[in-house]
Design a binder for this molecule. Sequence first.
Ligand SMILES: *Cc1c(COP(=O)(O)O)cnc(C)c1O
Length: 372
Amino acid sequence: MNLKFIDLSLQQNRIRNELDAAIERVLNHGQYIMGPEVEKFENDLKIFTGVSNALTCANGTDALTLVLMAWGIGPGDAVFIPSFTYIASAETSAQLGATPFFVDVLEDSFNIDPDSFQKGIDDAVKAGLNPAVVIPVDLFGLPADVNTIKKITRKHDIKILVDAAQSFGATYHGSRVGTLGDATTTSFFPAKPLGCYGDGGAVFTNDDDLADIVDSIRLHGKGNQKYDNLRIGINSRLDTLQAAILIEKLKIFPEELELRENVSSSYQSKLGSFIKTPQVSKGIKSSWAQYTLILENRDEVKKFLDESNIPSVIYYPKAISQQSGYSNFPSVSSGLKISEDLSKKVLSLPMYPYLKEKNIEYICETLKSYYD
Ligand SMILES: *Cc1c(COP(=O)(O)O)cnc(C)c1O
């Protein structure tokens, strides 16, 4: 058995002809930068998410940067970030001279803990910082509890930037991810739920003014006249070729989300009685970027799986606050216990839409044999 952690080839086999034709169309028209496929894909994204503005860019990290730049975030501003996430969530605010401020997560969802966030605001104010932005991250595909976060931000002037790099396609009480914060970002890195064949990302917002500024910043701060730039910008565009590929992949994406749901249900039914499996609250649908377990003897279980040729990955072995480059940034006074604890216990299993039931059975039987 040659089991992969993520197998992208099965999806490619399915739509290879469509992909070849889409790539050939771009080679024929030759508009490699901001070609017609980019606009078409942005329209498709708007229809899919129900958001009024979808702006593509070079990657999911730039998407965060674009929004923070558009909001004018910089020195003196605190940007609240769950400590248990991928580094990009924290990197962008630090780059702009703002202060990433780490708060804890909830064990049940892996997502930002609203009480810890509230405490972090008080701490930041005491430290002389301006609480400016919170970045709830939809970790492993599960939307963060934005309604509870909103109850806190409403009392302050704090903007919500949802990092949905892992949760594109998920839904939260009837709304698609993309429509939930003041702005939302995602990534089309190949291994994300909707991935291209290179780097790509997008910003979503219902705020038309914000969208105009992001559109300008992603093109060097352009104004209406090409050589009169209005502001400092960056160069962050989605390649036309990647847009052409994503148009084809988005067509089968709704079905793939269902297939991911089936994989997670199958894992749940086979593992739920003896392992702490991921829980999804009522009214929420995950996009299942990862299927992540919490295990007391994680490293031993991982070794056991390795020996049975079952790939597994630790997302993430260190909380961000524990990483050398970030240890000087402030964190909430109540501590980051859950983030630090999770980094010792989490283990993600193979997850992709085309994972076969017989492979799921093998993975679950192997895990069961460890515990028997
Ligand atoms: C992947 C990821 C990003 C960054 O996306 P890139 O496209 O790789 O820049 C940001 N945040 C989270 C949580 C991610 O998983």
